[in-house]
Design a protein around this ligand. Structure first.
Ligand code: HEC
Length: 393
């Protein structure tokens, strides 16, 4: 089997798994944050005496549920206790697998842009790993320093850090890889929170309760702080992960500003839902988020035909595609085993069928040619944009 095909198959299987386990993780994480925020105070003195702090009744899938929260544990621990961690670990592991298949195995094309940083594959992979690990170390130090301070302050400092990393990555990696790494860094931090703090803390509490000792409340507080952080980081991460399909964001000249606006919008949307669970409706958050998204997409919008120029026709565009794209985008391409995503640009019919995508990927965004291995020039990109502005004649 050729490597190109093998990587496609592994990519598909890895992505499928990653989406499934991530849904399970985020689903349980959203559920528990919702549960915590929706708890109602208990009135029953017997329940209070048992250490119940809040409870809620709900109805779902043919039955009624009555969840109760014991912040410090019940008087007697039940024999079987359900833990939640494999959702998180398997999301990390499948995500890392995907990173290897999609980016590390194709580092020369996907993790390198000769116009930015002339790195060897080993160097760019090393930087990628350093971003994942370094992102966690910085987050963890910030958490320890600011645990007792306002979490809004924490949020502002951490966001500044994430945006600084994003800016740095955009100077060295292609935009697509830079956006993905910002997401992967935050996602790795979320899993590390579960692995290094939340679960070990819960294990200590359970061990204390089993030994008949009072548990140290600091474990609960720390676990709660980090699981709330995870909750707010989720939507920004999801944006970074799906951004790979939208070259007008990461491929824009203003990729950094666009990312910053969308990340803040994502946090605002999450905050709105968290307030709503507590029974408050603060529409300024979704309102603000929509405004930020409108600004982001306006900035990302490509410019029209340059003043004074006449729109080119396919006859002028075709030689550019022939030289810069067809080496990969043909029925039997020269540079890779098969036309990627089935996109072929070798005949007039194929070009017309893909016209808007061609201009989107190579004219407006700098996403194609991949790694610019075929050396497209800025004038040729402008030609593609003008072709679009003139209506793809
Ligand atoms: C070195 C090989 C290579 C060259 C050269 C190349 N591409 Fe691509 N192209 C790819 C790969 C690989 C993908 C699949 C990317 C992915 O999976 O997201 C792709 C995907 C695309 C897509 C589909 C993107 C999507 O997400 O829908 C378009 C459109 C495209 N290329 C246009 C072009 C144009 C236009 C050129 C020339 C200016 C070009 N490509 C040059 C390798 C190449």
């Amino acid at each position: 089997m050729d490597t190109g095909y093998l990587l496609e198959v592994l990519g598909l299987l890895g992505r499928w798994l990653h989406v499934i386990v991530a849904i399970a993780w985020i689903g349980s994480s959203f559920y528990f944050v919702w549960l915590d925020d929706s708890l109602e105070p208990v009135t029953d003195p017997a329940a209070k005496a048992r250490g119940v702090y809040g409870q809620i009744w709900s109805v779902h899938g043919g039955g009624f549920y009555n969840a109760q929260k014991y912040p410090l544990g019940p008087p007697e621990l039940p024999a079987s206790l359900h833990w939640f961690y494999w959702e998180s670990y398997s999301t990390f592991l499948s995500g890392f697998f995907l990173l290897c298949v999609l980016y590390y195995a194709q580092a020369p094309a996907l993790l390198a842009d000769p116009g930015l940083w002339k790195a060897t594959p080993a160097q760019s992979i090393a930087l990628s790993l350093a971003v994942l690990a370094g992102g966690w170390v910085v987050y963890d130090v910030l958490c320890r320093l600011l645990r007792k301070r306002s979490q809004l302050l924490f949020g502002v400092v951490y966001l500044a850090f994430v945006l600084a990393v994003a800016w740095g990555l955009l100077q060295v990696f292609p935009g697509r890889a830079a956006y993905l790494h910002v997401g992967a860094m935050m996602a790795a931090t979320m899993s590390a929170n579960v692995f290094f703090w939340i679960i070990p803390g819960q294990r200590k509490v359970v061990a204390a309760l089993r030994a008949g000792l009072p548990p140290d409340p600091v474990h609960g507080q720390r676990g709660k702080q980090r699981s709330v952080h995870n909750n707010y980081i989720t939507l920004p991460v999801l944006f970074c992960m799906i951004s790979n399909h939208y070259a007008f964001t990461y491929g824009s000249k203003h990729a950094w500003v666009i990312l910053a606006l969308i990340l803040v919008a994502a946090v605002a949307i999450r905050h709105f839902f968290n307030l709503r669970h507590k029974g408050r409706l603060a529409w300024q958050y979704p309102g603000g988020a929509i405004a930020l998204l409108v600004v982001a997409f306006t900035i990302a919008r490509p410019a029209g035909l340059q003043a004074g120029s006449t729109a080119p026709t396919l006859t002028q565009v075709r030689p550019v595609l022939e030289a810069r794209c067809v080496p990969c985008h043909a029925e039997q391409p020269r540079l890779i085993p098969a036309p990627p995503l089935g996109v072929m640009l070798d005949t007039e019919a194929h070009i017309r069928a893909n016209a808007t995508r061609v201009v989107q990927q190579a004219g407006y965004a700098q996403a194609m040619p991949m790694g610019n291995v075929t050396g497209i020039t800025e004038a040729e990109r402008q030609l593609l944009r003008d072709w679009a502005a003139g209506g793809y004649r």
